[in-house]
Write a protein of this length. Structure first.
Length: 76
């Protein structure tokens, strides 16, 4: 998503009710389709970010778990 698209998305997401209603009252069908495409792209970006976060968390948790196991073994 380029900067123009991101700015448009942030406007829609950040608009209060009156701003959104004003925008909606002057939109065309193409504008609505474009907004829905922005939502879909943003959703995909969030899914990818979530997957990356989960992967990094799993790796971190494994390292922490191994460290804990090794500390316990040392005390036995």
């Amino acid at each position: 998503m380029n900067e123009w698209d991101r700015d448009n998305l942030m406007f829609i997401l950040g608009a209060d009710e009156s701003e959104f209603e004003a925008w909606l009252s002057q939109t065309t069908r193409d504008d609505v389709v474009y907004a829905l495409e922005l939502f879909a792209r943003h959703r995909n970006e969030l899914v990818v970010a979530e997957m990356e976060l989960l992967e990094s968390t799993e790796e971190l948790d494994c390292a922490q778990a191994l460290s804990f196991i090794n500390r316990v073994k040392e005390k036995l």
